[in-house]
Design a protein around this ligand. Structure first.
Ligand code: NAD
Length: 286
């Protein structure tokens, strides 16, 4: 049986370290890092994500601001709120929870967040910098996945990684991060033929699709590292990933559970990005 990668424990340890770091930062700079989270509407999943982000921010001692706007909020009002937070010197990170109501242009919203406060790493300035190999803020989910992969001690240089899913927030940046570690990366997606033939060769599989039981034991090479980003519900309504966890854990060398794998790491990376943004902003003042 493979080792279960305990994302919850790893992220709890990181949060404890960051809690101590926040105390030191406040002593050094006279203020705490600030994170603002904006939520528009009442999407229940978004409400849970925002609650968890705010809770984690408060746990590590950040100054945490939550802006809750009604579903009917005009786009211009949301943009005005973002600009206000962009200007607020006590705020180092501005995050708008996605998805947004249909009448709001998501692209415009992301573009409006100040590049230096884009702790989600979704701004075109950060995405461009990532692909050019320049310093940037990394998107939280793939950053957390890479961290989990690295805890296994696997040699990434020359390893074959198959990333399933090509979204802007997970699949594409994940592939780039693995490429930067000198892995050979295959990006699989909805039109990929013979997915199993590809994954069976992989040393690392990252599944980021949103389809239950997409990755089964027969698709995994013995000893491989399997990272499950998916968030789905099973027939009983329980949270589950894209990977058939029960089957795959018998074959894989390492596998992340859902819940308790990638999810907590995503939130912890958001806090880390906020601390980094704070440090960058404060050092500029010196
Ligand atoms: P998305 O819907 O934007 O992208 C899904 C991708 O999967 C697409 O690129 C599509 O080509 C690919 N795909 C669809 N069907 C496929 C198939 N049969 N075979 C191979 N590829 C297929 O989704 P996303 O935003 O990248 O999220 C993916 C999943 O990860 C969702 O379940 C989401 O809830 C979850 N997620 C989890 C976290 C976390 O922190 N745990 C963060 C972000 C997303």
């Amino acid at each position: 049986m493979g080792t279960i990668i305990d994302g919850k424990r790893i992220s709890d340890n990181l949060k404890e370290e960051m809690k101590a770091q926040v105390v030191a930062l406040e002593r050094q700079y006279g203020r705490r890092p600030g994170l603002a989270v904006i939520i528009v509407g009442e999407n229940p999943a978004s409400q849970v994500y925002v609650r968890n982000k705010v809770r984690a921010a408060e746990f590590v001692g950040l100054r945490s601001v939550q802006v809750t706007l009604p579903e009917s909020t005009p786009e211009a009002d949301l943009l005005a709120q973002i600009r206000r937070l962009n200007e607020d010197p006590a705020i180092d990170g501005v995050l708008v929870q996605l998805p947004l109501p249909a009448h709001i242009n998501e692209e415009k919203v992301i573009d409006t967040i100040a590049l230096e406060k884009d702790v989600d790493g979704f701004h075109p300035g950060n995405v461009g910098a990532l692909w050019l190999g320049k310093p940037c803020t990394l998107p939280c989910t793939p950053k957390g996945c890479l961290h989990l992969i690295q805890t296994t001690g696997i040699e990434l240089r020359g390893a074959l990684a198959v990333v399933i899913g090509r979204s802007n927030i997970v699949g594409k940046p994940m592939a780039k991060l693995l490429l930067d570690q000198h892995a050979t990366v295959i990006m699989a997606h909805s039109r990929t033929r013979n997915l199993g033939e590809l994954t069976r060769q992989a040393d690392i599989i990252v599944a980021a699709v949103g389809k239950r039981n997409l990755v089964t034991a027969d698709m995994v090479k013995p000893g491989a590292v399997v990272i499950d980003v998916g968030m789905n519900r099973d027939d009983e309504g329980h949270l589950c990933g894209d990977v058939d966890f029960a089957g795959v854990k018998e074959v894989a060398g390492f596998v992340t559970p859902v819940p308790g794998g990638v999810g907590p790491m995503t939130i912890t990376m958001l806090i880390q990005n906020t601390l980094d943004s704070f440090i960058k902003r404060e050092s500029k003042k010196q």
